[in-house]
Structure formats: C-alpha cells, structure tokens
Ligand binder design. Structure first.
Ligand code: PLZ
Length: 452
C-alpha cells in the first residue's frame, strides 16, 4: 500500500529496471515476514521473503521500493507478464458484470470460449472438448478419472522425477518424497513408475527410442499394457529438473500407448502455453496426446486449469461426473481469454524462442567458465543449469542454493528445482525486455563467480 492507502499500479508501465534501495529483504519486508511467521502455517514455504506490492513486464516491486528482475514468473505462470493489460481489462469488466454462478448451475460464454481456444491451440486436429478446474493437481486428477472411465482400466503410469501435484492421487504420481509426500501417506494405489529419459544422467548414452523401450518393457512386464488406463508424462519435466527427454522418447511412447488403447496424457501444466517456444511442448516432435492438462500460464495468474482432449474420450464420463463449484470461474475465464489474446497478438511462442536463444548463449558461456555447471538444457524460455561437484556428476544442491541466494540478494528472483535440488531454472515472463533478461543473467554469472 502507498501512504494514501492505494495499491500502487503495476503492469508493463512499471520501469523495467533492477533497482535496489535496501538490502534484500528490506526492513519493511522483514517486518511483514515476522507477521507472516505468526499467522501462516510453516508448511507453506517461502523462496524469497520480500513482500510484493506491484509487478509488471519483467519486474517485481517490493514493500521497500526495490525493483527485482523476475526470472521465475511465479513458477511459470505470468508468461504474459504480471498484471498484463489484456488480462486486467477483461477481469475488471467480468468482475463488474458477475463474479460467479457455478457453470454447473447456470452457464456463461467465458467458459465455452476458453474451451474453444483450448481446442484451437492444443495439439491435434480432431474434435476436442474440455473441462475446466481450479488447479493443476485437480486437472491431473480429472485426466485420470476420464482415462479410467474411458478404458475401464485402473492402472496409471508415471515417470521418475515427475511432479503432478499435492493432492492424494497426484502425490502418489509425484516422484519426490521430501517435501511433497513425506509424512502424508498412505497414497492412492494403482500408480506405477517407469524410468524417464534423462540424457545427462544416463549411465550409458542411449537413444530416446531405447529409453522409451526401457520404460515400456517395465510397464508391460510389471503392470501389463491391458491394465493401464493412462500414461501421464510431462513432455519436459518441470519440478523434476527441466529434463528434456532424448528425441524419439515421446513419439515412441505415444506409438506404444496408441497400439494398446492406453490414454496418453501430456501434463503441460508447466511447459504449455508458449513457454517452450511452441504453444505446447508436445508440438516440438509432433506428438499428439489424447488428453492435455494445462494450468499456470493459461490465465495470467488466475486459478484456472483444464483437461482438453479427444471428444470421445472426454465424453466417456457420465453426465455429472466432472465438475466443482468454482471450476471455470467467470473471472478466471476472462483472465484466460485475455492471456491467450496476448499470446496470439504478441506471438509469444516466437518471443519464447528469442529469449531462449539469448539464455542458451549466456548460460553456455557460464558453463564454459564453471565446470560445476554439468548441463545446460531446456527449450525456449524454459531453461536450466544442473549444478554438480568436481566429478562433473554428483548433484550439488548447496552450490545451486548459494547461487540462487546470491541472485536474490542482488535483485534477481531465481528458482531451483530438480529431484536433487541442484538445478537452477529460469522462467522469465515472455514479455521481458531483452536487456533486462541480459542484466539478470549477468547477475547469475556473477553468482557463480562469487560462490566459487
Ligand atoms: N503438473 C507439471 O508443474 C505445479 C508446484 C509448486 P498446481 N508445479 C508447481 C509447489 O511446490 O506446489 C504442477 C506442475 C505440473 C502439475 C502441477 C500442479 O499444479 O496448480 O500447483 O496444483
């Protein structure tokens, strides 16, 4: 709040600059954080304890007047930029018209319009339908429900390093115990895990097709293709470390699932909506999933998620079998229509490719200087560096954390990820000015020098 009690204006009009006027976090943020510690459960963690008061383009403005470069987009959400005008205008208009009816009670156009946009932009040229939900985890749960109803089978295949959410079923589908699953069992059954293609960590170099056959062999022998309702996979792993499977891995899996009537579900919650330089990461190899789950980037920061897919699979569920009070809330749908309009109008897939080229060049330059960067990988504006020890292989989460902390102290918001917590990931808003991104990456480079 400003002194007049008004929220300061955000959006792309904010000066696109890094400006530090206090240490990070500053005194006002520290005071607010102390209050937060008293009132908010400690299970809800904080990466960087600065309190945000406005944001836009590629910057976050904190309570002490610092302007930070945002290389995280609120975990891949504000791809169109924070408080994007296309989003806020539609949100205000919709909120003034009506805020809720429940689509299951009395419908409205916004929901159907979002379904139309999803049918247009998701991979595949066939009749598609969607169901709208509130969160990514809910979308994944619903994809499994739909696949089970369609196939009459119950088993679900997922992969090493996968992240699919924090609800009971999606915890079972998520690979990593700490912090996501630890002490929260028992978990849903009928979830089976197969090895992922992780080129940097393969003991011997194998092709994408061979990696897929390794997974298929395990699923076939240990579960049985005829028992599998669906295979759920992130085409590029998100929380698991921005792992890009070897070429041919996804197409081979798709081929096998098709052969056996297994529903192929692409979890594009983190990789979707222009992030990787295509509308969806599956587009890169022309893989056409049966169902796609989306969230995050879809609505410029509003809680909205979807399952979209082949009409005949979506319609395997009986009337009334899918839904929820808020799923496809009209304000969230308005935000999505604004965000998708911004993606189309500003050709954000092309922006993601341009930012990706810039990041790849600068990250490789860092890797050339610092052997602790074992791998630079990603696609488009979803890039990462895996930090390792002197042997070039052992994960080094301490160093990755120190690099990230240095960035925070110097006004750049970075995130880590990975099963071993040793991956520094970069997810700038796709509207970020290139010179600001370059400056942010300069700080990342400095961070590697400083933590040597
Ligand atoms: N599937 C691929 O990336 C969310 C999680 C942050 P929700 N990733 C960020 C955290 O620590 O909770 C995610 C994802 C993929 C599913 C989800 C789940 O989406 O909207 O967080 O439920």
């Amino acid at each position: 709040m400003t002194d007049t009690g008004q929220m300061p204006a955000g959006g792309p009009g904010l000066p696109q600059e890094r400006r530090l006027v206090t240490e990070i976090p500053g005194p006002r943020s520290r005071e607010k954080y102390a209050r937060r510690q008293q009132l908010v459960a400690q299970g809800v963690s904080t990466t960087l304890p600065v309190f945000v008061e406005a944001a836009g383009g590629g910057v976050l403005l904190d309570a002490d007047g610092n302007s930070l470069i945002d290389l995280g987009s609120g975990i891949a959400v504000v791809s169109v930029g924070n408080a994007a005008p296309e989003v806020t205008a539609r949100v205000v208009e919709q909120a003034q018209a009506f805020t809720h009816t429940c689509f299951m009670v009395t419908p409205y156009d916004g929901y159907v319009d979002v379904a139309e946009k999803l049918a247009e932009h998701t991979p595949g040229d066939f009749a598609k339908k969607s169901a709208l939900l509130n969160s990514g985890a809910e979308a994944v749960e619903n994809a499994v429900k739909i696949a089970r109803a369609h196939t009459g089978r119950s088993a679900v295949a997922v992969f090493d390093h996968a992240y699919h959410g924090r609800t009971n079923l999606t915890m079972a589908m998520t690979a990593k115990s700490m912090p996501y699953k630890h002490s929260f069992g028992p978990f849903a059954n009928e979830v089976y895990r197969a090895p992922m293609s992780y080129p940097f960590r393969e003991p011997v170099s194998i092709s994408g097709r061979e990696a897929a056959d390794r997974a298929i062999d395990i699923l076939d022998k240990q579960v049985g293709a005829q028992n599998l309702a669906c295979v759920v996979i992130e085409p590029i792993l998100g929380e698991g470390g921005f792992v890009v499977p070897a070429d041919g891995f996804l197409p081979r899996l798709r081929e096998w699932t098709e052969e056996h009537g297994i529903v192929f579900v692409a979890d594009e919650i983190q990789s979707g909506f222009c992030r990787t330089g295509d509308w969806f990461a599956c587009d890169h190899e022309g893989v056409v999933p049966d169902l796609v789950t989306t969230a995050k980037g879809i609505a410029g920061g509003f809680p909205l998620a979807a399952v979209t897919g082949r009409a005949e699979i979506m319609d395997a569920v009986h009337i009334g079998g899918l839904g929820g009070t808020y799923g496809g809330n009209p304000v969230a749908c308005a935000a999505a229509l604004g965000a998708i309009e911004a993606m189309e109008k500003h050709d954000l897939p092309a922006r993601a490719r341009a930012l990706g080229d810039l990041m790849a060049t600068q990250l490789r330059a860092i890797a050339d200087q610092h052997p602790v960067v074992g791998d630079v990988r990603g696609r488009g504006a979803m890039m990462a560096m895996e930090v390792v020890g002197p042997d070039g292989r052992t994960p080094d989460p301490v160093r990755a954390g120190a690099v990230s902390a240095y960035c925070h102290q110097h006004g750049v918001v970075t995130l880590t990820c990975g099963t071993y917590g040793n991956v520094l990931r970069l997810l700038p808003p796709l509207v970020m000015p290139e010179q600001l991104l370059t400056e942010g990456l300069g700080v990342v480079a400095e961070a590697f020098d400083a933590t040597r």
